[in-house]
Design a protein. Structure first.
Length: 155
């Protein structure tokens, strides 16, 4: 288990890669962001975006899954008090392969909950060419390493 104490400022990791399909983009958009450039290839070609691309919210969901699989699944995460900033730098087009690089930029203990620490992270999603798709900055609440309370007699 990765605890707050295990994540110093400057700690960084990169997730696995994931290729985004046309079908996935259309399915997400149909449910959550039904704008023509997310649903229809022909409409997307004539749009400002120039081709079928994922919703920015879809990009966020993909990033979250990649970060979860690489870090959260093995960390004492306790949720997030929010996202400070999210920027969609360029469209995520069908067929692109993305990964996310995450860096801890700040960490502090919780003043109100001594068993919790907070970490501040930047995320950068890039495609296979190294182009930045999106960036975010957010806080993550993490459990602190438990202290041993058992006495030798209790063991």
């Amino acid at each position: 288990m990765i605890y707050w104490e295990d994540v110093p400022v400057g700690h960084s990791f990169t997730t696995a890669e994931r290729t985004i399909s046309k079908e996935e983009i259309i399915e997400f958009a149909g449910e959550y962001d039904p704008q023509p450039f997310h649903l229809d290839e022909e409409a997307a070609k004539t749009s400002l975006l120039g081709g079928l691309c994922a919703s920015g919210w879809h990009s966020c969901a993909i990033a979250m899954r990649l970060v979860y699989d690489s870090f959260h699944v093995k960390a004492a995460t306790q949720g997030s008090p929010g996202i400070t900033e999210c920027r969609w730098r360029r469209p995520l087009y069908a067929g692109e392969t993305v990964k996310v690089t995450v860096t801890c930029i700040n960490a502090r203990t919780s003043k109100s909950r001594p068993t919790m620490g907070l970490t501040n992270w930047t995320w950068e999603m890039t495609n296979q060419a190294g182009d930045t798709i999106m960036t975010t900055e957010s806080w993550l609440m993490m459990g602190r390493r438990p202290t041993e309370t058992a006495t030798p007699e209790a063991i």
